[in-house]
Write a protein that binds this ligand. Structure first.
Ligand code: HEM
Length: 405
């Protein structure tokens, strides 16, 4: 078996997917060395058992990126810096400090009423659809899937609709990683700082006010990055989840026949995406607290271990163990262990995604792809799986009311 590191960047890395993981498992096994942009080494874990082991031993596979032994290789403009940057947030903290952050976020998100969330999501979905429904064609990624979660999360933060729309634009600009991405990040920081000050002065029934009121007693320096983590960590994967489910329904005959009909197929499509094309394909990550063996390799203290969530979902060991096919939820798409996606966040994501697809199919029942399925492209990223665009055509219908300005 080759021990040469596998590049996770450049033209050969592509966008991952089933073929990549099946080949890697056959050629490299459940754990293997990879190399990131700039020649930076790491380990990728795609074996289900090995990943479970890493996720359930936080004392060995620890979360704080200050433990990393390769900071010497990282220039200030390293493109993956946002994935590993040490910040005092729920993502990067460990032990008692992590429990403090996690409890506050869980309580603040759990207080969101899921029925109200559904109503609000449907209202925003309608407004987005109003923006393009008369034209008979649209790119559903840009105009719908990748805007809706930010609007809904902005509502959960207590923002007015127009303000939420601006935030959705800033958020997508930042996450798209284009030339305006850094400026967008600056705008977002300023927005969140102002919001925290406003909520401290006048609390409301929203996630930010609840975080402020929590006994965790966060400082502004903690709250501002935390709010960005929850907004970004919620918006991007939920947007890709909606987009990937729509792609599946528009390209796969099993769903195509029922696009205009059965509601049941919406949750089936969303669940199948979590198995086959999950948004968070690889997550960075964990850092070895001491030398340890994993999947037949010696991981040295401080090594970066990347969570191959999509790869582990395809592990035949898991599929054999899981009777019931896609219907069961044994996948690792929301990760596992102390740092997994909080249950309340998962529930919110599901309500947003189900409602988004249902409203879209209700409003535009004869939706179909505007290009042959083979022309759809995955974004060239091994980290997040989503289509570059999702062009569709449909019979034009008048808006329900005036869309966002
Ligand atoms: C409303 C939407 C969502 C919100 C607010 C949200 C929020 C969060 C937060 C706060 C964490 C950090 C947990 C911690 O470190 O203790 C997290 C982790 C995570 N989320 Fe979500 N999330 C959302 C949707 C999703 C979706 C749709 C996916 C993928 C299908 C996803 C995948 C993950 C994964 C893989 C992690 C864990 C990373 C790890 O193990 O370190 N999330 N999420």
């Amino acid at each position: 078996m080759s021990t040469e590191p596998v590049p996770l960047h450049g033209p050969h890395a592509g966008s991952g997917g089933a073929e990549f993981y099946d080949r890697m498992r056959a050629e490299r096994g459940p754990v293997f060395p990879v190399v990131l942009e700039g020649g930076v080494p790491a380990w990728l874990v795609i074996g289900y058992r090995e990943l479970q082991e890493a996720l359930t031993r936080p004392d060995v596979f620890a979360r704080d990126s200050r433990r990393w032994n390769r900071w010497d290789l990282i220039p200030p403009d390293w493109p993956l810096l946002p994935l590993v940057m040490p910040m005092p947030t729920v993502l990067n903290t460990e032990g008692e400090e992590h429990r403090r952050h996690s409890a506050a976020i869980t309580e603040a998100l759990s207080a969101v009423d899921l029925h109200e969330l559904r109503t609000v999501t449907a209202r925003f979905a309608d407004r987005l659809i109003d923006g393009f429904c008369a034209s008979g064609s649209a790119d559903l990624r840009a105009l719908f899937a990748f805007r809706l979660p930010a609007l809904v999360l902005a509502w959960a933060y207590g923002l007015e609709e127009e303000h939420g729309d601006t935030l959705a634009t800033v958020m997508t600009t930042m996450l798209d990683g284009g030339p305006d991405s850094m400026a967008a990040q600056g705008t977002l920081l300023a927005e969140m700082t102002a919001l925290v000050a406003a909520r401290r002065a006048a609390p409301g029934p929203d996630v930010i006010s609840r975080l402020i009121a929590h006994p965790a007693a966060f400082t502004d320096e903690e709250l501002v990055p935390e709010l960005i983590v929850v907004l970004g960590g919620g918006h991007q994967p939920t947007g890709e989840w909606i987009g990937n489910a729509l792609r599946l329904m528009l390209t796969d005959d099993r769903f195509g026949a029922s696009l205009a009909g059965s509601r049941l197929s919406v949750s089936e499509a969303l669940n199948e995406v979590l198995w086959e094309d999950t948004p968070t394909q690889i997550y960075a990550g964990r850092y070895a607290a001491h030398d340890v063996e994993l999947g037949g390799h010696r991981i040295a203290t401080g090594d970066l271990v990347l969570l191959g969530l999509a790869g582990a979902n395809r592990d035949p060991a898991l599929h054999r163990a899981s009777a019931g096919g896609h219907a069961n939820r044994a996948h690792l798409s929301f990760s596992h262990g102390d740092h997994r996606c909080p249950h309340a966040a998962q529930e919110m994501a599901e309500v947003i995604a189900v409602t988004a697809v249902e409203v879209l199919l209700d409003r535009l029942p004869d939706l179909e792809l505007a290009v042959p399925a083979e022309e759809l492209r995955w974004r060239p990223s091994p980290w997040m799986r989503g289509v570059t665009s999702l062009p569709v055509v449909f019979s034009s219908v008048p808006p329900l009311r005036s869309p966002f300005p």
